[in-house]
Structure formats: C-alpha cells, structure tokens
Write a protein that binds this ligand. Structure first.
Ligand SMILES: Cc1cc2nc3c(=O)[nH]c(=O)nc-3n(C[C@H](O)[C@H](O)[C@H](O)COP(=O)(O)O)c2cc1C
Length: 218
C-alpha cells in the first residue's frame, strides 16, 4: 500500500505541520504502509492558466513545471495525506496552486477509490475550515476522507497520539475499502453534475469525454 504525503509549508523539514504529519506516517507505517514525502516548496508549481489543454488531452499541460510529476504520484497512491499550515483559514497558496492544476482530477473523479487525510497547524489552533476544505477537495476528485488532525503550532502529546491513530485509520480504510455513506452521496452528486458538463463539452474535452465513456459512466 502506497501513501503520498504532500507537505505544503515553506518550512519544509522544520515545519510544525510536517512534524505532526510524520506522526500520521508513523501510525500508517506500523500498519504496513509505505510512504513517499514531497515538500511542495522543493518543486515548481505555477498557477493554472485555465487553457483547458488537460481536459482535451489528459494530463497534458501548457506549463512546464513539476506538476505533472506530482499528479502522477497522486494517481499512483492509495492514500494521500495533505499537510498544510493554516494561512488565513485556508491551505497555503502553494497547495491551492496544486489543487487548481488538478482540474482534470475533478472532471474525471480521478481520485475515486482513494482516501485522503488532512493535517493542519496554526497559531490559534482554529483549523476546522482548512480541514473541511481538504475533505472537500478530496470529494470533488472522488476520494473519501478518513479524517483530519489539527492543532497549535506548538502541539502537545495529545495531538501526536491523535495523528498516530489517524495514520492507522487511513490504512484501515484503504484495506477495508471503507464506505462513508454521506461522503459517497456527496461524491455521487458531483459526478452527476459533471456527467452533464462532460456531455455538453464532448467536442472540446475530447479525451475526458472518452474517459467517461470508457468508464461506462455515460
Ligand atoms: C501568511 C500566513 C497566514 C497565517 N494565517 C493564520 C490564520 O489565519 N490563523 C492562525 O491561527 N494562524 C495563522 N498563521 C500562522 C501559521 O498557521 C502557523 O504558524 C503554523 O503553525 C505554521 O506551520 P508550519 O511550521 O508548518 O509552517 C499564518 C501564518 C502565515 C505566514
């Protein structure tokens, strides 16, 4: 089982959020998972230009940076841990930029069958909106959300324990193919919405339309 940790703090190895995320990894590894870590700040992630090439030709992009490599790694993982400090009640711009560049994942629900976990730290410890947004991102790409852990920048042992348990939960969800009915309902609604759009734009978004046909979703 392969997990991918996307760590979105510019503090990289010294990031509090990353330290908390490492506890998630410790829990996951104890259950047999392997994990790759990407500090997004080590990579070039340009802003989406909304050229729509990725909808016409799947995973092709007009921008020459590291995003296709990162998206490929997301596709190759069973579970993705999103770790970001809270920047004004949001993920960092770096992580948001990556999300924006993955619009094809949204159109074609490319994270379907995968599970997401969220990790956030902040000065206030008030991180619900950020975790909710990570869960929303996962759902909009078709993934279910195993849960999130968040705390203060100087988090305590209680948070480490919570994070460790979350790592185990993530692995258990992947192994059991856990179904969260409310989440699946939300994901299905999103899919129905895109079924209409993909049909409407079939002459423009040729490869995405073909993808939907091949999946038997239309
Ligand atoms: C641009 C910016 C915006 C921030 N916004 C918030 C915020 O809205 N609420 C909060 O509690 N902390 C906020 N913080 C503080 C960070 O979330 C906090 O220091 C975090 O734990 C840093 O994590 P890191 O070490 O993983 O980078 C902000 C920090 C920066 C640099």
């Amino acid at each position: 089982m392969k997990l991918l940790l996307l760590s979105a703090s510019p503090h990289k190895e010294k990031s509090s959020t990353f330290l908390l995320a490492q506890e998630v990894l410790r829990g996951a590894k104890e259950e047999g998972a392997s994990c790759e870590i990407l500090h997004l700040d080590n990579y070039k992630v340009f802003f989406c230009k909304h050229c729509e090439i990725c909808h016409k030709k799947i995973l092709k992009c007009s921008l020459k940076d590291d995003v296709t490599m990162i998206l490929d790694k997301m596709l190759g993982s069973d579970g993705i841990i999103l770790a970001s400090p809270n920047y004004i009640n949001q993920v960092t711009a770096l992580l948001k930029a990556l999300f924006d560049r993955s619009a094809h994942f949204i159109h074609c629900k490319r994270l379907e069958g995968k599970y997401i976990a969220g990790v956030v730290t902040s000065g206030s410890g008030q991180n619900k909106e950020v975790l909710d947004y990570m869960a929303y991102y996962g759902h909009t790409c078709g993934a279910q959300y195993s849960g999130g852990v968040s705390g203060l920048q100087q988090f305590g042992e209680d948070k480490k324990t919570e994070a460790f348990k979350l790592g185990k939960q993530l692995v258990a969800d992947i192994k059991d193919k856990k179904q969260y009915p409310q989440q699946l309902q939300f994901i299905e609604q999103g899919k129905q919405h895109f079924a209409r759009i993909i049909k409407l734009r079939q002459n423009d978004w040729v490869e995405e339309y073909k993808y939907w046909l091949a999946k038997g979703w239309l």
